[in-house]
Ligand binder design. Structure first.
Ligand code: PGA
Length: 241
């Protein structure tokens, strides 16, 4: 794993966008795995700027996102489909048909997971997967567990995850869906390159565990120690500097 230490969130956003931008320059038809949450928002803004100024092109890019809340339609403002449209897709020249997320509206868990595994198999391998990390070490919505997940899962969200995400639901945790569909850790690990972005002192403890602690499904991100090509871009607060 390589760790790039940057001063603050603004630098992190720029460095992460440059890293992904270089991937698109080298391989314009890249398959990129994308993530939601607060951390990538600044990076997405920078990618939009780079696209609008002609530095990078999304016209041949295919994207597959990590996760989606079960039960939310794509036009629900808190769905991850909505988030991606709002924060990236509608501002760049990516074709909507080339953007994939799990379908939160499929009731049948097995069907939803199978469908998304089929999508990943069909468009993969993922050239570069973007990840954030949860306070409990989750990647995607793969929460701490007894074993690492392989393919797409229907996950019951941890209390802490729902609390953290309540900020997107006007602070009302009861509105945060109880379940989500998430790409499995096995699929994440098959990506050729992984970019993990981490900001803020509140992530310092879990980032240290993920990078330097034992590889254990109780800290899902610790599996990244076994991946051959991981770039961690973290600000000084997240690195405890
Ligand atoms: P955050 O989420 O970027 O909003 O902190 C990260 C995550 O939960 O994966």
């Amino acid at each position: 794993m390589r760790v790039l230490s940057v001063k603050n969130y603004e630098e992190l956003s720029k460095a992460a966008a440059r890293y992904m931008g270089a991937q698109l320059t080298l391989k314009p038809d890249s398959v990129i795995g994308l993530a939601t949450g607060s951390t990538p928002v600044g990076m997405y803004k920078e990618l939009i700027r780079m696209n609008q100024s002609g530095e990078i092109d999304f016209s041949e890019v295919i994207s597959v996102n990590l996760d989606e809340y079960k039960g939310l339609a794509g036009d629900h403002p808190q769905s991850y489909r909505y988030f991606m449209n709002d924060n990236l897709f509608k501002h760049v020249n990516i074709f909507a048909d080339n953007t994939y997320l799990p379908d939160g509206q499929i009731e049948d868990d097995q069907q939803a997971c199978q469908d998304y595994d089929d999508v990943i198999d069909c468009v993969g391998p993922i050239d570069m997967q973007l990840l954030g990390i949860g306070h409990n070490g989750h990647i995607g919505f793969n929460e701490p567990a007894d074993a690492f997940t392989t393919g797409t899962q229907c996950i019951t969200l941890d209390e802490r995850t729902r609390q953290a995400n309540a900020r997107f639901f006007a602070g009302d945790m009861s509105q945060v869906p109880a379940k989500a569909y998430t790409m499995g850790i096995g699929s994440i690990m098959k990506a050729k390159k992984i970019l993990l972005v981490v900001t803020g002192a509140d992530k310092a403890e879990i980032l240290d565990k993920a990078l330097n602690g034992p590889v254990t499904p109780s800290v899902p991100a610790s599996i990244l120690q076994l991946h051959p090509d991981v770039m961690v871009i973290a600000d000084e607060a997240a690195l405890g500097i």
